[in-house]
Design a protein around this ligand. Structure first.
Ligand code: PLP
Length: 443
């Protein structure tokens, strides 16, 4: 077998990581030692990871760059000496790598700690700058946004006297565009609608939403934590004014993200009938880094890792898409063989790496917990898990009009760059077995 150096490195790294896990029990049929050096034959290590929307494993190519920076590039990028300049050069390269994925300009990317912070900054920072200036105090969002948008909106309602419209999606999870346009009033300052939903994977029509926003001069923010690098995005074609991005959803490090803030014409929003460079009121004050919008010493290794991960999303786009789509179809077909199974969210307009299933009469929380040592799944957003209400279940599934109590909730199953055929086969088998077992137990 001919192996390229890079893939050998990747696989050895995988094997090392995999086999050193505490829960790797080689006495079972899922052995850790007897493996072939090819990613398709990567040994199954328990629990099989299928929670790619909660976070992704880091790509070894990203880790390699981060390790180099961590050990060698220690200057503060804001220092004016040689070591500082060297670090800043790397930061700027990463900024360009992130910008390139969405057709943005380098100076329109601000590094943050992740999409939670970006969403807070985009909404609060924007309202603080423009609500008074324009007299517009209305934001339109949806009932299926991530908790960090919903909680920020609640804060704006209570602390800043902002009216929020929470659009209810159609039963397939998509926003009704007619309803969106009808919700716009002369008071509307911003629309904030996510790109890909983190629970059900549906892709909103950002281009159509951008067109509607532009027609009415309303600013358009989108939370693309789950969409960045995974679906085609272009800030100009979609008239996006601000976009939130996260590093750890794209095989990059945790604790780093970005906010795209439009600085050139072509966006949706207007101030007094004119487009202008967006200025946000900083939510973190200090040394004035990131154009004074987000103070704090730049986390160079994380930024470099995020930049590399972004670059790889672009380079590997076609390859990832083909791989994930194929495995997703296989998984979907396998799970559909289970009687009373149902795919939640639109069948066509969805990111293939995010499936969401309900199994009639089976409690999703029990299923996820009982399979927990073998398969890493989730009932919904990891961030919302602490607020998971057993009686009500996921607020996203509920917003689709599905009676969660009746169907027993839903299970999110994620597929990513490192998922293998063997893992998908294994997942189908043990989900089937567990659904059957739980049903039998109830009889
Ligand atoms: N928005 C969406 C849609 C997400 O899925 C997540 C993470 O789960 C976030 C925001 C928060 O991202 P981060 O973990 O980078 O703060």
């Amino acid at each position: 077998m001919i192996l390229r150096k890079s893939s050998l490195f990747l696989l050895i790294l995988f094997a090392t990581i995999s086999c050193s896990r505490d829960n790797c029990d080689s006495s079972k049929d899922l052995e850790c030692t007897n493996f072939d050096i090819s990613s398709e034959n990567k040994p199954i290590v328990l629990p099989v990871y299928m929670d790619y929307q909660a976070t992704t494993p880091i790509d070894p190519r990203v880790l390699q760059e981060m390790n180099y920076v961590e050990s060698n590039v220690y200057g503060n990028p804001n220092s004016i000496h040689k070591l500082g300049k060297e670090a800043m050069k790397m930061v700027e390269k990463s900024r360009t790598q992130v910008a390139n994925v969405i057709g943005a300009r380098t100076d329109e990317i601000i590094f943050t700690s992740g999409a939670t912070e970006s969403n807070n900054l985009a909404l609060k920072g924007f309202v603080e700058t423009y609500a008074k200036k324009t007299g517009r105090r209305h934001i339109i969002t949806s009932m299926t946004e991530h908790a960090c948008i919903q909680e920020t909106c609640k804060k704006l309602e209570s602390n800043s006297d902002i009216d929020i419209t929470y659009l209810c999606p159609k039963s397939n999870g998509l926003i009704d565009l007619k309803e969106l346009e009808e919700a716009i009033t002369p008071n509307t300052l911003m629309i904030s609608i996510m790109g890909v939903n983190n629970e059900i994977g549906v892709i909103q029509d950002l281009e159509a939403i951008g067109k509607i926003a532009k027609k009415h001069g309303v600013f358009f923010h989108t939370d693309c934590a789950q969409a960045f690098g995974k679906i085609p995005l272009n800030v100009d074609r979609m008239h996006i004014d601000m976009m939130s991005i996260s590093g750890h959803k794209i095989y990059g490090p945790k604790g780093i993200g970005a906010l795209y803030i439009r600085q050139h014409s072509g966006g949706a929003g207007l101030i007094n009938g004119k487009s202008e460079k967006i200025k946000l009121n900083p939510q973190i004050n200090g040394g004035g880094q990131e154009h004074g919008i987000r103070s704090g010493t730049l986390a160079v290794p994380l930024i470099v890792g995020f930049g590399k991960a972004s670059e790889l999303m672009k380079i590997d786009y076609k390859k990832d898409e083909k791989h994930i789509k194929r495995l997703s179809e296989k998984l979907k077909a396998g799970l559909r063989e289970i009687s009373g199974s149902r795919l939640n969210g639109d069948e066509k307009n969805r990111y293939a790496g995010n499936l969401n299933f309900s199994f009639e009469g089976v409690d999703s929380l029990n299923l996820v917990q009982n399979l927990g040592d073998k398969l890493a799944l989730s009932t919904g957003s990891a961030c919302g898990a602490s607020h998971f209400n057993e009686a009500v279940g996921s607020y996203v599934i509920k917003a689709l009009g599905i009676n969660t109590a009746k169907i027993g909730g839903a299970v999110r199953i994620g597929i990513g760059r490192f998922t293998t055929d063997r893992e998908v086969d294994y997942a189908i088998k043990i989900i089937k077995d567990e659904v059957e077992r739980e049903r039998k137990e109830k009889r």
